[in-house]
Write a protein that binds this ligand. Structure first.
Ligand SMILES: *Cc1c(COP(=O)(O)O)cnc(C)c1O
Length: 343
């Protein structure tokens, strides 16, 4: 019942590709539900309470996607003519179709992302505008943990949030993969969430739920976000079936993220040994492999596709481990990549 249409398929394109397990589907089937727009869905309510408490925040809000979660966070923090400071490779700037600007008239102030995924503190300090009618009002610092699999060092999170707060800005953390960061560094999630006012968590990535993101933060901001969620069409009705999947994921799929990280290391180790590979890097559940030229990556992608292995092409190939991959799948991928790159 929970099998993909092709059970042989090995999909390394993203950790969003996982299918709900049979046990997760049973939990969804058994979920008590109500109308969540009326606040009547007990499973959504208990999930929101659970994630607020787990992250040390007052309140939480279930949304269909991480993009909508980040969007309503921007809209709750910033008004028309306000500005958010953000990494120019962060999701909230680059991969959300410009939603903050289009729908909120919020000006992004993008900054270069450092090799470790952080921003430079002096860049942030310099980007905060003084109170002056020439400038947009700097309102928010938006961070991302993990970024391309990289765990933001806790010292950076502390210094960046202190800087933002001391200058009157709020902090939003795109924690789509915050559980990966917490498991990889053995740090409690509430400590990592404590460096931001609001945090967005994705449940359809490493946690393996079919959909759903949760925004956590102070009750006042979450109340605002709830209003924006309705406006952008994210008010869902019997959403308890989704919340039940996420409850199940929190019960069973958090500690096992360590397996994804171990498998990413195993995959990287296998790739590093290949002569045709220029370089390999691995962070949490993501492996980046440089195959020297885009055509090499594109050819590899097509050759693997014929063998039911899906990867992205290009020169710098991102390979992502997740719940639907076991050790045998990783070994098969290493073996097939070796065969094709040596051919
Ligand atoms: C996946 C992701 C999101 C949200 O994406 P959706 O596909 O809209 O759920 C947000 N931020 C980061 C860093 C992500 O990787």
């Amino acid at each position: 019942m929970s099998r993909p249409s092709n059970p042989q398929l090995i999909d390394l394109r993203s950790d969003t590709v996982t299918r709900p397990t049979s046990a997760m589907r049973e939990a969804m089937m058994a979920a008590e539900v109500g109308d969540d727009v009326f606040g009547d869905d007990p499973t959504v309510n208990s999930l929101e309470e659970r994630l607020a408490s787990l992250t040390g925040k007052e309140a939480a809000l279930l949304l269909p996607t991480g993009t909508q979660s980040n969007l309503v966070a921007l809209l709750a923090h910033c008004g028309r003519g306000d500005e958010y400071i953000v990494g120019q490779k962060y999701h909230t700037y680059l991969y959300e179709a410009g939603g903050g600007a289009v729908l909120g008239s919020i000006q992004p102030q993008p900054l270069p992302v450092q090799p470790d995924g952080t921003l430079s503190l002096s860049d942030i300090g310099d980007a905060i505008k003084p109170e002056d009618s020439h400038f947009a009002r700097s309102r928010l610092l938006a961070l991302e943990n993990t970024h391309s699999g990289k765990v933001m060092p806790e010292a950076f999170l502390r210094d960046a949030s202190e800087l933002a707060w001391s200058r009157g800005l709020a902090v939003h953390l795109d924690g789509a993969r915050l559980f990966n960061a917490a498991v990889a560094t053995d740090t409690p999630v509430d400590r990592l969430a404590g460096y931001a006012d609001t945090v967005s968590l994705c449940c359809s990535k490493g946690l393996g739920a079919p959909l759903g993101s949760v925004l956590v933060g102070p009750a006042s901001l979450i109340g605002e976000a709830r209003r924006w969620r309705k406006m952008v069409g994210g008010g869902m009705r019997q959403a308890g079936i989704v919340a039940a999947a996420i409850h199940h994921a929190l019960d069973h799929h958090v500690d096992r993220l360590a397996d994804d990280h171990r498998r990413a290391e195993r995959l990287a180790g296998g790739l590093e040994a290949m002569e045709a590979v220029e370089s390999v890097s691995v962070n949490t559940n993501m492996v980046y492999v440089d195959v020297g030229a885009a055509e090499v990556g594109d050819r590899l992608k097509e050759a693997l596709k014929a063998e039911d292995i899906l990867i992205a092409g290009g020169r710098h190939i991102r390979l992502v481990t997740h719940l639907d991959l076991d050790d045998a799948a990783i070994d098969r991928v290493v073996d097939r990549i070796r065969a094709h790159l040596n051919a």
